[in-house]
Ligand binder design. Sequence first.
Ligand code: RIB
Length: 303
Amino acid sequence: MPAEPTVIVVGSLNADLLLDVERLPGPGETVTALRAGRAWGGKGANQAAAAARLGARTRFVGAVGRDEVGEEALVALERVGVDTSAVARVGEPTGSAHVLRDAAGENLIVVVPGANALVDPGHVESSLAAIPDGEVVVVSNLEIPDDAVLAAARACAERGWPFVLNPAPARSLTPELLALVTVLTPNAEEATGLGPSSPAALLAAGVDAVVVTRGADGVDVHAGEAGAGPARIAAFEVDVVDTIGAGDAFTAALAVGLAWGHPLAEAARLAVAAAAVAVTGPGARGAELSLAAARSLLESRPR
Ligand code: RIB
């Protein structure tokens, strides 16, 4: 590891409980699920699985509990080609998420962090220090502690690696972390909950590029000169089965594109296509995501 382009994901892993409801409950309300199912999830593990399925050499750095669920979750990642040798076993149960989906495709997620809360900055630091030089892109998200995310960002700054941060779930980011981010990938709601309240303010805080995902409205790429408007990339029209994990596939594909040396706009186009493929299957990883599928969507429309 690695001489070939590599994506390292420093993030969370969950076992998802998927609950289909007619409509999402309001405060104080109880609703009955129409059906329930289980799937592998966690933004970090989803991002790692997507990067591997798109053909990148991929390593996941995170934590699971000393339990069967954790071991099974790692087997599922290894099956799609993710290197899980840098995953710690810790004294909290493997993370889980309760995902409610309504008939209109809206969702509501409650995450129980468990082992993810124990992802340790020292572990992140030593795991990244063990990676030989090369074309490496590191991806992280906010389902693990701030100091672990910062450790990943600092390692990237030292090694000259791009650092892609999917700021979900959104919370205020420190000036130090913002200044170390190469590409930030919030959705439209998250983009206003990160401290600086607009993409322009995030760029002014030192983020190199902000790519805001807007679901069916496509994505806005904010980069470069202050005052320059964003470049919009339209979404693809596909038969949507489940939007859970679309942002994870997007962030992963963007990182894969950057690891392959694509310019940001090119990587973002690949990411829009990968996210479109990702929503055609159930759960966060249920679609047939592959580079061929994403490329064939890209080729289906003029540049
Ligand atoms: O982004 C989707 C993921 O968010 C789900 O898989 C769930 O585990 C939560 O982490």
